[in-house]
Design a protein around this ligand. Sequence first.
Ligand code: 5GP
Ligand code: MN
Length: 352
Amino acid sequence: MISTLFESSQVAEAKRLIDEAHHIVIFTHMAPDGDAMGSSLAMWHWIGERQKSRAVEGSVTVVTPNTFPDFLAWMPGSDRVLIYETNSAAADPVIAEADLHICLDFNDPKRIGPVGDKLLQNTCPKILIDHHLNPQEFASVVFSYPEASSTCELVYRLLEQITPSVLTLEIATAIYTGLMTDTGNFSYNSNNPDLYEIIANLLRAGVNKDEIYNAVFNQASADRLRLTGYCLYRKMRLFQEHHLAVISLSHAELKEFHFKPGDTEGVVNLPLQISDVYYSILLREEPAKPGTPNPRIKFSFRSQGDRPVNIFAAEIFRGGGHMNASGGEFYGSLQAAMNRLLQNYPKYLKKD
Ligand code: 5GP
Ligand code: MN
């Protein structure tokens, strides 16, 4: 039996809001990953089915701030997602006229870029389902469980509690994708036995886990793999005293490998394979937006065990995240970003 995580009053309130709404928008974070897309599409399929079965004249739409990687484009329903960066004209009225917003896999409207302002302008009820620390207060019903493996796990639990045995193949596939990607194919945040009971139920609903693994992890371009090799062979610097590896990539280097969103996904985890590396940091330069002077340097932080990186990310690089997986940013040159990193890491990273 899967343990019950949610208060029944919370679930009843979420159910009431979903059933009373006619036009629902589902939001997820910038640079959507498997959990963001999985939780959003699971919810999208489920609400679509529910509206149909209850003969509700309504709509449900997923809005992502920017595009999702090619390795998630096979997901059923992904072709119906409204991508704000390229289609704000279509997304704006849908967001403004919705009578319910559902926010998945982010804890702060700032994490969804310009979409966050549009979301706040509409004062309709909002449901937040997320597993990041310290959610901002902007939703009327909050399911915030930082100990959960993924937002997909939370969505599964909610759907199961509202309507047991409701899993269609599309819903189950979307949920499995997020469970798999947010745990590194069940190699971290994945010791809760409930997870494997959930997976058993997803398999019973017809999920082909081997196919999903293949679709997500084995469809890279040659450029992407070469970029990974280049990172490890040419770009990885080791700071042994602090068990730290750092990889930095300039925009020019990325262009050489015809970089596409998602191409560096997972690269930051690779140095952790080295026996005495416990911290890994990746810096990636994005060219300056028109009208702005500085490039953006995107930071990814990873660590193992009792070595938090989220405080370093928050205090030095305006970011945050989980204890062992965080992100941040810096506006300026790649060299300036690197200098800031080198000046500060000894204060935040442990030597043992
Ligand atoms: P990634 O390195 O995969 O981009 O991000 C790892 C984790 O850090 C994600 O789960 C995300 O929630 C968090 N994160 C990434 N970038 C930021 C950021 O700029 N601000 C905050 N608060 N969290 C971030
Ligand atoms: Mn997640």
